[in-house]
Write a protein of this length. Sequence first.
Length: 74
Amino acid sequence: MEVKIGIRQVSREVSVETDLSSNDVKAAVEAAVRDDTLLELTDSKGGQVLVPGGAIGYVELGKENPRKVGFGAI
């Protein structure tokens, strides 16, 4: 799933491709904002993204369906 995070006072958003479900991401964002702690997300390649909860402006959750690549039979 693609997660886009808008950070306050920053013109570019952070985009993360993660294997987490939308409910897991939502819970992590809510906890980080509520407790003013770091939002920690692991991307699909094993890298980590850390964003301070107080700096989060918005979070956009993409579709959970994996992207299909290649040619299929019609």
